[in-house]
Design a protein. Sequence first.
Length: 178
Amino acid sequence: MARRSGAAVGRLQQLNVLELAVACRAAEEVGNRFVLLLLRGASTVGDWPLSVVVGLVLLVTLGGRAMALWAAASLGAVALQSTVKRMCARIRPCDRPGGPPQRAPIPDRGSFPSGHTLHAVMATLVMARLTPMLAVPFALIAILIAISRVVLGVHYPSDVAAGATLGVAFGSILAVVL
C-alpha cells in the first residue's frame, strides 16, 4: 500500500508542476493592459458583487424567501469551500518560487478550490433558471472569472475546475428549490 500512495503523491507532484507551468504561461500571455484590466474587473465582480446582484434580483422577482435561500446556499458554499481550502492547504501559484506574479487581491491563504468560480457558476445556474435569456451572458461572465483567477496568478486550473464543480452542485440544488 505504501508503494501505491507514493505513486499517487508522485502523480500529484507532477500535476502541480504542470499546473504551475500553465499558470505561469497564462500570466505571461497577458501583456495587453486592457485585457489585464478586464480580467481584474472580472475577478472583482466574482468576489462579492455578482452574489449581491443575484440576491437582489431574487428579492425583486421572487421575494424574500428566494433571497434567503440564495443567502443560505452562498453561506453553505463558503463554509464548504473554506473547509476544503483548510484541509488541502494548497499554496497559490503566485506564492510558489518561480510562480506567476500576483495580480489580484487574495482573500484567503488556500488555493483549492476557487471560491470566485464557485459563486460565479452558482449564480449562472440560478439566473439561467430564473431568466433563461440571461444564461449565456452569465455563463460568459463565469468563464471570464474562472480564467481571470488563473491568469492573475492566484489559482491553478484544477482550482477553478473544482470551484466550478461545487458551483454546479450548489446552483443545481438551488435552481430546483427556487
